[in-house]
Write a protein that binds this ligand. Sequence first.
Ligand code: ADP
Ligand code: MG
Length: 239
Amino acid sequence: MLAAAGVRKQFGALAALGGVDLDVGPGDAIGIVGPNGAGKTTLLNVLAGTMAPSGGTVSFRGADVTRSSAARRARLGIARAHQVPRPFGAMTVFENCLVGATAGGGLRRRAAYARCLEVLELCGLIELADRRADSLGLLGRKRLELARALATDPVVLLLDEIGAGLTDAEAAELVAMLKALRGEQGLAVVWIEHIVHVLVQVVTRLVCMDAGRVISDGEPAAVMRDARVVDAYLGTAAA
Ligand SMILES: Nc1ncnc2c1ncn2[C@@H]1O[C@H](COP(=O)(O)OP(=O)(O)O)[C@@H](O)[C@H]1O
Ligand SMILES: [Mg+2]
């Protein structure tokens, strides 16, 4: 459904992505792991359209979107939540969500309001809907980042380390939320996360990247046992 084929990204002499293939099917829950600098965020940028690849293609539902803007892809149903949430601080939680629904998702007023109520409920933010976004704590901002992405009514949700910085209890709340989402809406999720034990509670497929390449892709337990994956992590720990 959302597919990267032979995607390369060059930063000067550095090959951040050296030919990556990834196919995300409807309702898939895919975790992406790998050491720092592996190219995970770059891959998400290329999928979301915030960065053009140096080579290869990105397609969505059979159409080539390699050269489509991030805004266009958001309208098609590709949403992305950032590692560092960037809400409009002076706007309320509801207004932030509304920006996602209208500007991001292209929903009209009535549908946008309805969608916002739904996702704020799902993300546990309904009681905080009238609060200014800059009054939220870290978990609240992460919830809002997720709500804004969901407000666009996506088919695929791309998440970059949204668990980073959360306590175990907060991460557990996030996991419960993502499970509920996947159950209710059949959403496909691609989730980059360092905290693997959190990740595997949600995903059914794990992709490990190292040095701009996919080194293992499959059932989570098998990927975690894969010698190439173990090497990539031990190499990092030793460095
Ligand atoms: N905008 C950029 N300009 C130059 N180099 C970059 C840029 N973005 C990422 N890189 C480099 O590309 C490599 C992959 O980065 P990134 O995709 O952020 O890795 P990860 O998310 O797996 O930690 C790193 O070596 C990083 O320094
Ligand atoms: Mg990253």
